[in-house]
Design a protein around this ligand. Structure first.
Ligand SMILES: Nc1nc2c(ncn2[C@@H]2O[C@H](COP(=O)(O)OP(=O)(O)OP(=O)(O)O)[C@@H](O)[C@H]2O)c(=O)[nH]1
Ligand SMILES: [Mg+2]
Ligand SMILES: [Zn+2]
Ligand SMILES: [Zn+2]
Length: 415
């Protein structure tokens, strides 16, 4: 989050990115009759305003505004749990202490322990079609299942909405129906995209128990093409306050690789990744009022997506130049259950050299503007899909690696 030396626990709401003053939060009462009693006690226009749900639900104007809707309009967000807007934590209706804590701005929950632990928000960025949505979909599944077992952690969705979005937008389509995901709508066009999926990841054993709040924010590639656009869409606080950034690069969209590789249905050559990463660095510097010489303290994982396409035997000499080759360290399995530094450093060095060669020296120089950085090669699907049906299913490769590094880096920073 901050540079290693000035880290202090602040609670940044991972839903709305506001700093939360823990003395001024809101609460929700779980006593089932409080909403009804609250509505009965109101008069005239207030009663009309708050009572537009059914009789046992009150309107939640803060959350309605957060979701980009009009609280006085036809479909406000309503809740059956009475909202308490005083920081004492005692319900103004039944007088009993309430335990459900809410961010006062967006009315999303504040987890237990938030003030000590803070929240670590990791963002996944990359140009259009790089594979962000597939990566996020597969990553969440891997973290929840294999990673959690391997590293003694549990991962739970922070809200019902997160579970709903994950199931409806990602899991069902990819894992149950075996179909590719659709392109992500722009932040501008879709309210739903404004709400990140939030999970709590708790490391239970190990020397230092720690809870991370992970916010997976699936941006649309076109929203990142310029720093003006990033700023205009208010994505900047999200990026600038991240505890870690995963920047995805699609090998197939790198012009040098695109021209030489033989792959079914390859995309057109894409935006210049050096410019895009420089835009991100610039956004952070402006936001944090840093000079252009200062190195950025947010850890950066650069991950090559779709690396399955680089793992084949070359068809000709031209192609050989852009493939990984049989001795590439990415083929060596990492040791399970711990941070395998040697393995990661080897993969990082080789992937950096690869990107320096096929993208540019300028790109790897831009990566160095981030004090802590590491390179990865991942694949969400494990093979190249032809058409919209995933005939070979989903068999991910190394998708969790960047997060193993980010968590390790974070722990080191706090030692
Ligand atoms: N070979 C291979 N192709 C992949 C993989 N993941 C994604 N793709 C391909 O890349 C395309 C784009 O992936 P998305 O995850 O939708 O990309 P995105 O970055 O979310 O794109 P936008 O939402 O439009 O910004 C997919 O439709 C697949 O054809 C992978 O692991 N391997
Ligand atoms: Mg997408
Ligand atoms: Zn109450
Ligand atoms: Zn909030």
């Amino acid at each position: 989050m901050a540079r290693k030396s000035d880290r202090k626990p602040v609670y940044i709401c991972p839903f709305c990115f506001n700093d939360v003053d823990m003395e001024r939060i809101h609460y929700q009462c779980t006593n089932p009759s409080c909403t009804e009693r609250f509505l009965k006690g109101l008069e005239g226009s207030a009663r009309e305003f708050y009572g537009r749900g059914r009789g046992d639900r009150e309107v939640d104007p803060e959350k309605t505004v957060f979701l980009g809707r009009d609280p006085a309009g036809p479909d406000p967000v309503t809740t059956e749990r009475h909202i308490i807007r005083n920081a004492s934590g005692d319900c103004d209706i039944c007088r009993r202490p309430a335990y459900l804590r809410l961010c006062p701005v967006c009315h999303n929950p504040i987890p237990q322990g938030a003030e000590e632990e803070g929240s670590a928000v990791f963002v996944i960025l990359g140009p259009k079609g790089v594979g962000k949505s597939h990566y996020i979909a597969v990553l969440i599944d891997r973290l929840r299942n294999s990673f959690a077992k391997e590293f003694g952690a549990t991962m739970t969705a922070a809200t019902d909405n997160t579970s709903l979005i994950y199931r409806d937008v990602y899991y069902r389509r990819l894992f149950e129906e075996g179909r590719k995901l659709a392109p992500t709508p722009s932040f501008e066009d879709d309210d739903r995209a404004r709400e990140p999926m939030i999970y709590h990841l708790r490391f239970i054993d190990g020397d230092r128990p720690k809870t991370y709040t992970l916010a997976f924010f699936d941006t649309a590639g076109e929203d990142l093409v310029s720093s003006d656009r990033i700023m205009g869409l208010s994505l900047n606080p999200f990026i600038s306050r991240a505890a870690g950034i995963v920047f995805l690069v699609d090998p197939l969209q790198i012009p040098y690789v695109n021209k030489r590789i033989h792959v079914d249905g390859k995309p057109a050559p894409g935006e210049d990744v050096e410019t895009m990463l420089a835009n991100i660095a610039n956004t952070i510097r402006v936001n944090r009022r840093m000079s252009s010489r200062e190195r950025i303290g947010i850890p950066l994982a650069v991950a090559l997506t779709k690396s399955d396409v680089l793992m084949k035997a070359p068809e000709d000499g031209e192609e050989e130049k852009v493939l990984f080759g049989p001795n590439f360290a990415v083929h060596i399995e990492r040791e399970r259950g711990r941070y395998d530094r040697t393995n990661f450093e080897q993969i990082s060095a080789e992937t950096e050299e690869y990107l320096r060669r096929v993208v540019s020296d300028g790109f790897t120089q831009t990566v160095k503007e981030f004090e802590d950085h590491c390179y990865f090669a991942v694949s969400a699907l494990g093979s190249n899909p032809t058409g919209s049906v995933l005939k070979r299913g989903v068999s991910p490769m190394r998708v969790e690696d960047p997060f193993i590094w980010l968590f390790e880096n974070d722990r080191e920073g706090r030692r």
